[in-house]
Design a protein around this ligand. Structure first.
Ligand code: NAD
Length: 457
């Protein structure tokens, strides 16, 4: 059984049976049957059903959001956005069903066409940090492209995923087409990865587990998308609006209590404005409102679990750095923290500056010039996101070109929109999700040549 705890109170919210490898076997059989019929359904009907699913999610938006607050400790405002994001992902994917077309390529002696075929059964393995949106990143386009989906949510956050599966049925999606199997990663997750009937794995989670899954998929040349960890830079040049950059910096790594693969946890500031940046950022961090996630005034909630809290603590010497506040008592609380050069063990090569902490902790490091900023920004095995603050358009373009990451933003920290592509360079991932090509990632391209030669010729 999986015990789901409210991270803000440590109360048990629910217990959920954990799927076994046999449950996965049975789910794959059901999914394969449903997929064959789904792929043969007229595109307009598939699109209509997905739109209906989106509408039913919208009708249950508040319920889903409240569930996310209880099982993941997300702020209620964020949780409402997340449920709305699932709706939007389904609508966007539905819009692609009738547009998922192959090409006609000129060749001599006949007609050459490409056909985009669904893969079959897709396994989506999701993390706990954004349980609803990330589940839908894989699920919505996979269904739209004619596949069946088996979703394995994270052990700590199965409830919204289970509810989404019920809503799919309520919307009229065929039985077996979208199934949710909560369970342990190394049991249910691994069974999906190893199952010969699962054509593709979409994995979002840690780089460590992603590598293991990639190795197992290699055995069968199983299709794979990986969305992994990050250690993203936030580069502030002296020619930027330094005040705006400093005021935006805290929430760029404190949102979702820092449990965000895109968190800008390495703040790189040009030396000439370093002290000014710190002067502005200090009160901004100290005044972040940390507490009850269901209170709309709260800016940061708890961490997901005690294990995560202990992990975050292990990176930060007691009392070090610029600190905000956090509640005492039950719940997995850690204050907003920014470590500077002056703190012990917070230099550019320290664990806290190079490893993904996945908590409300960032380091701020000075740099000398553009080349130095790029060198520091790229001095990581990760390459997911990053931000560049400058008023110089040429520099913004040069540095965007030089930073090895899949998602950059200039003079802002935005990075994930369902209609723009998202994914990592280096050890942050493999493949892209979202954006205009999202459905194509769930197809095989078949090339067919039809001879027009006459047998009489
Ligand atoms: P995790 O790797 O521990 O687990 C992710 C999922 O994989 C869970 O569902 C887990 O049960 C499952 N799993 C674990 N071991 C498995 C195995 N051997 N076989 C199959 N499945 C297995 O990650 P987490 O702690 O849940 O999530 C946090 C991580 O996710 C962070 O590293 C974060 O950066 C990353 N993340 C990346 C993105 C992105 O888009 N790049 C987005 C969100 C989170």
């Amino acid at each position: 059984m999986l015990e789901v705890l409210n991270p803000a109170t440590e109360e048990v919210v629910a217990t959920v049976p954990a799927a076994t490898a046999q449950d996965v076997d049975a789910a794959v059989v059901r999914a394969a049957g449903a997929q064959t019929k789904w792929a043969a359904t007229a595109p307009a009907d598939r699109a209509r059903l997905l739109r209906r699913f989106a509408a039913v999610v919208d009708e249950h938006l508040e319920e889903l959001a409240q569930l996310e607050v209880r099982e993941a400790g997300h702020l209620i405002g964020n949780a409402r956005w997340e449920a709305g994001n699932v709706r939007d992902l389904l609508d966007f994917a539905a819009g692609g069903v009738e547009r998922l077309s192959g090409r006609q390529i000129p060749v001599p002696g006949g007609l050459n066409v490409t056909i985009l075929e669904p893969l079959g059964v897709v396994g989506v393995i999701a993390p706990w940090n954004f349980p609803m949106p990330i589940a839908a990143w894989g699920t919505a386009p996979a269904l739209a492209a004619g596949n069946a989906v088996i979703l394995k949510p994270a052990e700590t956050t199965p409830l919204t995923a289970l509810r989404l599966a019920e809503l799919a049925l309520e919307a009229g999606l065929p039985e077996g087409l979208f199934q949710v199997l909560p369970g342990a990663g190394d049991v249910a997750g691994n069974a999906l990865v190893e199952h010969p009937g699962v054509a593709k794995i979409v994995f979002t989670g840690s780089t460590r587990v992603g590598k293991q899954i990639m190795a197992k998929c290699a055995d069968r040349v199983k299709r794979l998308t990986l969305e992994l960890g990050g250690k993203s830079p936030n580069i502030v040049f002296a020619d930027a609006d330094v005040e705006a950059a400093a005021l935006a910096a805290p929430m760029s790594y404190l949102d979702n209590s820092g449990q965000d693969c895109c968190a800008r946890t390495r703040i790189l500031v040009q030396r000439s404005v370093y002290d000014r940046f710190l002067e502005i950022v200090r009160p901004a961090i100290e005044s972040v409102v940390v507490g009850d996630p269901s209170d709309e005034k709260t800016q940061m909630g708890p961490l997901i679990s005690r294990a995560q809290l202990e992990r975050v603590r292990s990176y930060v010497p007691s009392g070090a750095g610029i600190r905000g506040t956090a509640p005492e008592g039950p719940g997995f609380w850690f204050p907003p923290t920014l470590l500077t050069e002056a703190d012990a063990d917070a230099g550019p090569e320290s664990p806290v500056a190079t490893e993904e902490v996945f908590g409300p902790v960032a380091v701020v490091l000075p740099f000398d010039d553009e080349a130095d900023a790029i060198r520091l920004a790229n001095a990581t095995e990760y390459g997911l996101s990053g931000s560049i603050w400058t008023r110089d358009v040429g520099r913004a373009l040069r540095v965007s070109g030089a930073v090895q990451a899949g998602n950059l933003s200039v003079n802002s920290h935005s990075s994930v929109r369902y209609w723009t592509p998202f994914g990592g360079y280096k050890q942050s991932g493999l493949g892209r999700e979202l954006g205009p090509d999202a459905l194509a990632a769930f197809t095989e391209t078949k090339n067919v040549f039809i001879s027009t030669e006459s047998p009489e010729a």
